[in-house]
Design a protein around this ligand. Sequence first.
Ligand code: PTJ
Length: 259
Amino acid sequence: MSDVPKTHPRYLSLTLRDKIVAGVEQGITSIHGLIAHGRGEAFDYLIGETTQPFAIEAIHAAAAMLLSAEHPVISVNGNVAALAPEGLIELGRGLNAPLEVNIFHTETGREEKIREHLLKHKARLETSPAKEGMGDPPDVLMPTTEAQLSYIDSNRKFVHPDGIFKADVVFVPLEDGDRCEALRKMGKGVVTVDLNPMSRTAKQASITIVDNVVRALPLLCDEIRNFNDATAQETLKKYSNAAVLQKALQHISRSGNGN
Ligand code: PTJ
């Protein structure tokens, strides 16, 4: 880690850079992940580097959708694994849902390293004994050639038969648009976290949380913990992703005027 003092005005942002750089050095994060992170930083700056009301609205709907799912799955790529492994595991515990490693940039051994990294953060091997109820550490599933997504040609199409392939709702933070579109075409609900409200993923997902994944994940876990199930269907009926994205864009367009 670099020696940025805690008093530095951009300490938090620089700490996240350190985490992404460490992810690349450990072979977890793709070198392309640095570029994706930089793009995210730029949008975070415009958003104000805090969770905004449009993100809170999406987090509430995301909790409703994930809790209503029969088989929710949490997809993990190299950026999220480096930035927020604890948050992913906490989400898996809260939903009783597996994590599944799924990466875009094919690099030998990276999927294994991501799995080991998650396991180090107390996730369990998929071969571990069956869990008893909610609250146990989630399983970590790996991509296979047995099950493949339709409508997609990249490495992301290789999935686990008991994971993303079978899922009715998939949580896919920091996604590239192709798989989001494929998952939607296959009839699955998609919850994403993406700082860019104009990205193809943001537009195609069922629910887009326009926020930094490091802020959004703990808030989503809290929301899930405290959610009143009786209101889930009503929440989902009222939710409009297009309207939430519009609010994010309006917020960004005002940010140059000192909001
Ligand atoms: O590990 P891999 O091979 O699966 O690769 C992961 C990346 C993220 C490199 C890959 O999915 C990719 O290239 O993604 P894109 O197409 O660059 O899209 C990433 C999106 O995430 C962009 O819209 C960024 O603005 C956004 N983003 C970046 N960092 C964050 C973020 N959104 C939320 N929180 C962040 N910290």
